[in-house]
Design a protein around this ligand. Structure first.
Ligand code: GCW
Length: 717
């Protein structure tokens, strides 16, 4: 309802509707679907049943041009039947064959019942029916055939969770999409309809959990007044299968409880957490549990008391266990007091704790060993903790990938880590195979587009789809998204998908090619800062990571250097440690390499590095050209807005086309800035001439070094 209200003609294509636009399909297709679907038989006794039914009505009305006929029982020749064995007599006969679907799975099937042509959206639980409705709507939105439809789906990953790094004052740490979506001031009384649309969007992907507050947590989030607010959000999300979780500050027993310690072995501390858990469950009976960042980047934790991470996690796990809650304990732990290579620290800290955690603890591990860089190798903890459930944490918000203004589709990045073969126990074992959960640091805020840009919606979308099934292809997901978000016309989808698929490599090239990492400006991470040195901690500087000198560049993580390679399974370690075998995209992650090292292209490393930076800029220009080819045809855009329908062949509506084009201009300017500043800096170190044909940066290095952006968005604080 809220969505319809908000997407009247005035806002027809402002991005608010996400991939759930439900604009009219081509008339012939719509007519065909109308006949095939016939009347709708759907229960409406529970909130989730009503959510499924309403979504279906909203979707069919929009896509097919008129509201479906709702019936109590199938009467006509064709019917679309929704339900579970409990809610529908028509579905009950399918009970046995749905046994293996699990609680969240569903079945879409074209079949005949009592002489009628029926399309079933069937599941064991109401939530599966809602997921099935979204799947069916996706098929219609992408123009798929419903003939002989037979889809069985169950999620491969149990916990599919967004992490909001939202502070209670509305600031979103590393957020580039406006302020926090949660209006703590007006909760719990006012339940903004936007919360419902947020839940719909997540349910459309199968996302089933949300951590409301920043991992750099305020203890205040656990205070009674904030729990009442969180409970109101939980009420809104519940029909959509989304559980609420909270980030817990480890020292909350001191700050809220007035205790003298937060020592996990102290009986008073244990009692405090048990009482707190009881209090939370009294308000939120299906509360998901806690997410914890401890003893990392200044956060309190068990090590403050000489205890281990397992002691800390188990403390909270014991408090939650009687209620069925879980602890998602983050492995993003490093300390600058420790002289070891930062890339090795999480593994060193945790791998010895395998088997020491309670069953309801899940270790949440970032995709790579440093920090959400444009490219990292997979984290060595994957495959190394057979007795501990692991969650993969990825960053949907683009802290290190150009914020919301750079068009970077993260599907290929997520896919790359998910398909990485850890060679655990010497056999093929991808990261995707063993996941207990996937967490995505959300890019969602108060911006009208939700995600800060139209294309950043694709990253939320891809995260959700991959969390459901981590073996899906990023390209296929992009194609679905583009069809639903812009137009199912193949002449629109194909170029957009190509552009999206190339975009991740482009950003790697113009920011951190060939395995370089963490070269962003200090603090806010906006723009290039390869010269960043000094300050409070070495592992927050760029020079710590690139180690460029007169002779060469790169971080030696072989046995001659930090030996981080030894944290991988032997086969993987051998590959990464060998200059002849290491994949070129990870070369400078693992090796310090002379400037004249011969690359696959035949060029010396120095020339290749400069060429990569320039290539990145050209790749953005190519995206611009593709986008320009999709410009609205004269007269078309307005017509489509007025009709509220899809744009005509080969074009995008003017409103969104214009904003994307403007953002691509920003991206090109900044890609050029990255290239010029980086080339100027590395040339000052290598002392080598630019390869023939490479333009000299327009400014001296000092100019780039002097640029300051104290008000860049999203900073941590
Ligand atoms: O990427 C870094 C960010 C911090 C963040 C931290 C983390 C929430 O720069 O802002 O803090 O990671 O993941 O804990």
């Amino acid at each position: 309802m809220a969505l319809l209200a908000c997407t009247g003609s005035a806002h027809a294509e402002d991005g608010y509707a996400l991939w759930m636009r439900y604009v009219p399909l081509a008339p012939a297709l719509a007519a065909d679907y109308r006949t095939q679907l016939g009347e709708v038989v759907a229960p409406d006794q529970t909130p989730t049943q009503r959510a499924a039914r309403e979504e279906l009505v909203r979707g069919l009305t929009g896509l097919l041009g008129r509201a479906p006929r709702m019936q109590a029982a199938a009467a006509g020749d064709h019917a679309l039947v929704l339900g579970t064995p409990q809610s529908s007599a028509l579905i009950a006969p399918f009970r046995d064959e749905m046994a293996s679907l699990g609680d969240d799975g569903y079945l879409l099937r074209r079949t005949r019942i009592g002489g009628r042509d029926v399309l079933l959206v069937a599941a064991r639980q109401d939530i599966g029916v809602l997921y099935g409705v979204f799947h069916l709507l996706r098929l219609l939105q992408t123009g798929a055939s419903l003939n002989a439809l037979e889809v069985r789906e169950s999620p491969r990953v149990r916990l599919r969770v967004l992490n909001h790094w939202d502070n209670l004052d509305g600031h979103v740490e590393r957020g580039y999409a406006g302020r926090s979506l949660w209006d703590w001031q007006t909760l719990p009384e006012w339940r903004d309809p936007r919360y419902t649309d947020y839940a719909r969007a997540n349910a459309s992907l199968g996302i089933n959990g949300t951590v409301l507050n920043n991992v750099n947590a305020s203890a205040q989030s656990l205070a009674p007044d904030y729990l009442a607010k969180a409970a109101a959000l939980a009420d809104v999300f519940r029909p959509y299968g989304i559980r609420v979780y909270l980030s817990a500050r480890f020292s909350a027993p001191i700050e809220l409880g007035g205790l003298k310690t937060a020592d996990p072995l102290d009986p008073n501390v244990q009692r405090w957490w048990r009482d707190k858990a009881d209090e939370i469950y009294a308000r939120i009976p299906d509360f998901g549990g806690f997410l914890v960042k401890a003893n990392s980047e200044g956060q309190p934790g068990p090590q403050d008391y000489g205890r281990t991470h397992a002691d800390g996690a188990n403390l909270l796990a014991d408090a939650l266990a009687p209620h069925g809650g879980v602890v998602m304990w983050r492995a993003f732990v490093y300390a600058h007091e420790v002289p070891a290579d930062r890339a090795t620290q999480a593994y060193t800290e945790f791998f010895g704790l395998d088997g020491a955690f309670r069953p309801n603890v899940i270790l949440q591990v970032k995709n790579g060993p440093i920090d959400f860089q444009p490219r990292e190798p997979f984290h060595p903890l994957f495959g190394a903790m057979p007795r501990t459930p692991l969650m993969l944490e990825v960053q949907i918000t683009k802290e290190y990938l150009g914020f919301a203004t750079h068009l970077v589709y993260l599907g290929p990045l997520f896919e790359e880590v998910l398909q990485s073969d850890t060679r655990a126990r010497g056999e093929r074992a991808t990261v995707a195979q063993s996941l207990a959960g996937m967490a995505g640091v959300a890019n969602i805020g108060s911006d009208r587009t939700w995600s800060g840009s139209h294309f950043d919606q694709a990253n939320w979308y891809a995260f959700g789809r991959l969390a459901w099934n981590p073996d899906q292809s990023a390209r296929d997901i992009a194609a679905d998204w583009a069809a639903m978000t812009f137009s199912p016309d193949p002449e629109v989808v194909a170029p957009i998908v190509d552009m999206m698929m190339a975009s991740r490599e482009a950003v790697v090239n113009y920011m951190t090619p060939l395995g370089l990492h963490h070269l962003m400006a200090r603090g806010h991470h906006y723009g290039p800062g390869p010269w960043v040195d000094g300050g409070p901690r070495a592992d927050w500087t760029a020079v710590y990571y690139h180690r460029a000198d007169r002779d060469g560049i790169g971080f030696d993580r072989t046995a001659r250097g930090s030996n981080a390679v030894a944290q991988y399974a032997p086969e993987v370690a051998a590959k990464y440690a060998d200059l002849a075998q290491v994949p070129e995209p990870l070369l400078l992650w693992f090796h310090h390499v002379p400037w004249d090292h011969r690359m696959a292209s035949g060029r010396p490393l120095w020339d290749e590095l400069v060429a990569r930076y320039s290539l990145g800029v050209r790749q953005v220009q190519a995206m611009q050209a593709t986008w320009a080819s999709l410009a609205p045809l004269p007269g078309n855009a307005n017509a489509s807005v007025e009709r509220g329908s899809a744009p005509l062949l080969g074009s995008i509506d003017a409103q969104r086309h214009e904003q994307v084009a403007a953002y691509l201009k920003i991206q090109l300017r900044e890609a050029q800035w990255w290239r010029d500043a980086s080339v100027a800096y590395f040339q000052s170190i290598s002392g080598r001439p630019l390869p023939p044909g490479e333009a000299t940066p327009p400014h001296p290095l000092a100019y780039y070094e002097a640029l300051q952006y104290p008000s860049a968005p999203g900073d941590g604080r």
